[in-house]
Every structure is written in structure tokens, then in C-alpha cells.
Design a binder for this molecule. Structure first.
Ligand code: UTP
Length: 464
């Protein structure tokens, strides 16, 4: 009797928000499945969902018109004098040695453009070693940990969808040699997926269609999971944020860490120069004087093409999702109400007859938080310009631009460049592929040319 009342109450609540259809198949579910569905419903903030649909889908609230947008200045490492560079590099390495730096990876995305089923970090971009993105990152952390003498803690955000597969992957590979206690996995939050009318889609008879709440969900998740408190316990002061799909990411880069500390700003970001006006990347800027990212889709034609006196693109500092935050800043703003953004996607759903439908056109709206919406709260952000070919090999699409093939080519080109810098000649390396393990070199240092020469009889050379 009580259960019936409870179900009636849920039905009533759903009706209030125009969502009673999600109970359409409840009579066909086992007790356990019905319980699961009810728990999902319980987790949804219906007034928020209805409001987001109204604002972002029906009214399409636009960006305020009277905004001032200025480019953000980005300094390259080379722009600093030799002694300043040495001092920043020392500061970064000291912070690592003192255990003040943590790596924070957001890996909860769905990788829909790549079309890879499962966590993107397990993806192998086809390097001769067949290392996954996770392994490349783990080995860079290991190399740095060995150099600094202190294991760097690694915080990894997953999603409901990919958490188990991610943790199983790490376990099977014995955490790539990193002590298990130094890795902290936690899940991000979820948001329901709605149709054109704002009705929640069903993934199956007993399951709402839910997706991760965007990479901006990382801040709340960091605090709710206890990861932030864990950082505090360990004495971490600087949090190196990065995304899973950059095959060249220099995780916890001591130079960048030193640069950020030296700047005294609560937040810092790496940037590469935009490849051209049409490259579809967001750029770092000052929006009404506050640090922000201006998305490609938000830029007018004039802004895309704007050039400074020296002929260079005016809005050129492309955001590559590599940042450093002070823990203090995160603690202050972790629960900030960031705005939601909407994405129109093709999502398979169950129709009213109980048939699974895979649409050919976008049919659903997902509401997502973006991590860079935290930037304005920093008040001041330092930006460091880095060399694209050395630090940015994104894996976004299945083919063509920003694909596994382009990322692989970038990694191998860099390793070749390092080998040449270590003393090999073009003639020696003709028709050879060189792959250098991050365990042997983090950013081109310490490469033994004799080791490469000893393998010149092979088409593929491994330096490990
Ligand atoms: P993207 O914006 O490229 O999204 O993520 P994605 O889900 O990986 O790929 P598409 O758009 O579906 O093709 C940038 C970074 O943010 C993380 C991703 O894992 C990646 O490291 N991310 C994204 C999350 O952690 N959670 C999310 O909800 C979305």
C-alpha cells in the first residue's frame, strides 16, 4: 500500500513537469529494474531541467550584446630571460619534489566524434608500442616522479558510463607501475537527455537516457568525491588539469608549473597559436575584462579574421585544455553555479511502442557544463604559449584532422626531432620510425644516441 502511494507520488511529481511518460513501461519491469528507474528519477532536478529546456532550446538565450572582448596575452617560455627561465623551471621542479602538484585528468567524455566504444583513454593511436593514451600519460607522470623523487598523485574523473571499464583497464595493467594509492578515481555527475519538447528520453524500458554533465562537472565532482579533501591531506597546492585526448600532453610540466607559480595568478593556461582563422578551437580572451574562452561558434566573421598591426591573428591563443589551478582557488569556487550549455545530438532512444530507434538526424538535447566557465572567477589568469608540434596532438575525430592518424604522426615527428637533436643524422634516420618511451624522456632530454644507432638495422626503433 505504502509502495503504491510512493509510486503515485512519483507519478504526480512527473506529471507536474510533463515527464510522466518515463513510467510508461514500469508495469513490465522486475522489482529490481523498477527500483533502479525510480532511483534515477529521484536524482533528477526537474525544475532545473524544464528551465534549461526553456532557456536554451526554446528561447535560445543569446550572449549579452554589450560585451567587450579583448585577446588574452600569452607569453612564450622563450620570451623570458635565461635566469628567469631557470628560476621558473626550478620552482616547478621544487613544487613537484615537495609533493605540491597533482595531476587532474577529466576522462568522463563519450568520445562520440571518435566513435570509439568505451573510455577514450584506452584508445591506442597506432604507435609502434601500441600504448594507450592512458599509458602515455602514466609514463610521463612516472618519468617526472622519478626525476623529482616524489610520486605525483593522479586524480581521474570518469563518468557513470565508463568508470568500471576505466578502473578495470588500470587494474589489468597494474596501474602502469604507479602505486595504486596514488591514483584516485571518481565519477562526475549526470544529466538527463531530452527530446525537442523537453521530454526525457528513455534508453530502455527501465532506464532514463542520461549523459555525463560536461567537463565542467569536474569541480563539483572533485569536492563531492572527497578528491579535493584528499589533495589537502596530501599537501597538494597546485592542480594540473588536462583532458584525456591529447597524445602529447606534458602532464604536470615543471616549466608550466613554475610559470604559473611565478605568475602568482590563481589559474594559468597553456595555449597554442591558432593554425588559421578557421581552425575550430576556442581562444583565450578577456570578456568584460575577465579571463574567458571564446568558442569558435561565438566568434563573428570580423573577429575570426581580425589581425593585429604585425599581421598576426588578433584572437590567436587557442585553448588546449591544459591548465593549472591553485587548490585554494578550487576550494573557494568548487560549488560555483556554472551555466549550462546545450548540444543537439543523435541519441538512440525507446519510442512509445517500446521500439529502439536510432535517428539519422539530431533528435536530442544534452545539457553540459564547461570547465572554462570557471575562469572568470579567477579574476586573473596567466597564459603560456607553447609550440603546437611539441604539445598538442588532439584525438577527436575518427579520420582526417585531429584524428588518431594525425596524432600518431605528430608524436613520431617529435620523437624524430628529439633524435636529431641528440646527434642522429637525417641520413641515419631515413625510412626509420623512432618511438621514444616517456619513461626514457619526458620532453626530449636524456636521449642516448648510441641506443638509437644500435637499432639502425630495424625499420622501427624503440627507445625505452
Ligand atoms: P570533448 O569536449 O572533446 O568531449 O572532451 P568528448 O566527450 O571526449 O568527445 P565528443 O565531443 O563526444 O566527440 C574534452 C575533455 O573533457 C572530458 C573528455 O573526456 C575530454 O578529456 N569530458 C567531456 C568529461 O570528462 N566529461 C564530459 O561530460 C565531457
Amino acid at each position: 500500500m505504502t509502495e503504491l502511494n510512493a509510486l503515485d507520488q512519483v507519478r504526480e511529481k512527473l506529471r507536474e513537469h510533463g515527464q510522466e511518460h518515463v513510467l510508461r513501461f514500469i508495469g513490465e519491469l522486475s522489482e529490481a529494474d523498477a527500483k533502479f528507474l525510480l532511483s534515477q528519477i529521484e536524482s533528477v532536478d526537474f525544475p532545473q531541467l524544464v528551465e534549461l529546456h526553456r532557456q536554451l532550446v526554446i528561447e535560445k538565450t543569446a550572449v549579452a550584446a554589450e560585451e567587450t572582448i579583448e585577446p588574452m596575452r600569452a607569453d612564450s617560455w622563450e620570451a623570458f630571460g635565461i635566469s628567469e627561465r631557470a628560476s621558473m623551471a626550478n620552482q616547478g621542479m621544487r613544487a613537484l619534489r615537495d609533493g605540491k602538484v597533482a595531476a587532474f585528468l577529466v576522462a568522463g567524455g563519450q568520445g562520440t566524434r571518435l566513435g570509439h566504444d568505451g573510455p577514450k583513454g584506452v584508445f591506442d593511436i597506432g604507435l609502434p608500442s601500441r600504448k594507450s593514451l592512458f599509458q602515455l600519460q602514466a609514463e610521463r607522470l612516472l618519468r617526472l616522479s622519478r626525476q623529482s623523487g616524489k610520486t605525483i598523485p593522479w586524480y581521474i574523473m570518469t563518468s557513470e558510463e565508463n568508470h568500471d571499464e576505466t578502473t578495470a583497464f588500470f587494474k589489468e595493467r597494474r596501474f602502469f607501475g604507479i602505486p595504486e594509492r596514488e591514483i584516485f578515481f571518481f565519477k562526475q555527475g549526470q544529466m538527463p537527455v531530452v527530446d525537442e519538447q523537453g521530454k526525457i528520453l528513455l534508453a530502455s524500458k527501465g532506464r532514463l537516457s542520461m549523459g555525463p554533465n560536461g567537463n565542467g562537472g569536474c569541480f563539483l565532482a572533485l569536492s563531492q568525491s572527497g578528491a579535493l579533501a584528499d589533495m589537502q591531506r596530501r599537501g597538494v597546492e597546485y592542480v594540473f588539469f588536462y583532458s584525456v585526448d591529447n597524445a602529447l600532453v606534458r602532464v604536470c610540466d615543471p616549466h608550466f608549473t613554475g610559470f604559473a607559480i611565478h605568475s602568482g595568478a590563481p589559474a594559468a593556461s597553456k595555449a597554442v597559436i591558432k593554425a588559421g582563422p578557421r581552425e575550430k578551437v576556442g581562444v583565450l580572451c578577456l570578456r568584460n575584462g575577465k579571463p574567458s574562452v571564446l568558442e569558435y561558434s561565438e566568434m563573428s566573421e570580423d573577429m575570426l579574421e581580425a589581425r593585429s598591426g604585425d599581421g598576426k591573428l588578433r584572437y590567436a591563443a587557442a585553448n588546449i585544455a591544459v591548465h593549472l589551478f591553485t587548490r585554494d582557488f578550487l576550494e573557494t569556487h568548487v560549488a560555483a553555479a556554472l551555466p549550462f550549455h546545450v548540444a543537439h545530438k543523435k541519441i538512440t532512444f525507446l519510442d512509445e511502442t517500446g521500439t529502439s530507434v536510432t535517428p539519422t538526424l539530431p533528435n536530442a538535447y544534452k545539457f553540459e557544463l564547461f570547465m572554462f566557465d570557471l575562469f572568470p572567477l579567477s579574476g586573473r589568469m596567466a597564459a603560456m604559449e607553447v609550440i603546437r608540434e611539441e604539445e598538442f596532438a588532439p584525438v577527436k575525430n575518427r579520420d582526417g584532422v585531429d584524428s588518431p592518424a594525425s596524432a600518431r604522426a605528430l608524436v613520431l615527428a617529435l620523437h624524430r626531432k628529439w633524435s636529431l637533436a641528440a646527434g642522429l643524422t637525417e641520413t641515419e634516420l631515413a625510412n626509420k620510425t623512432v618511438e621514444i618511451s616517456p619513461l626514457a624522456s619526458y620532453s626530449g632530454e636524456g636521449i642516448n644516441p648510441a641506443l638509437i644507432r644500435s637499432q639502425l638495422g630495424n625499420p622501427i626503433i624503440h627507445v625505452s
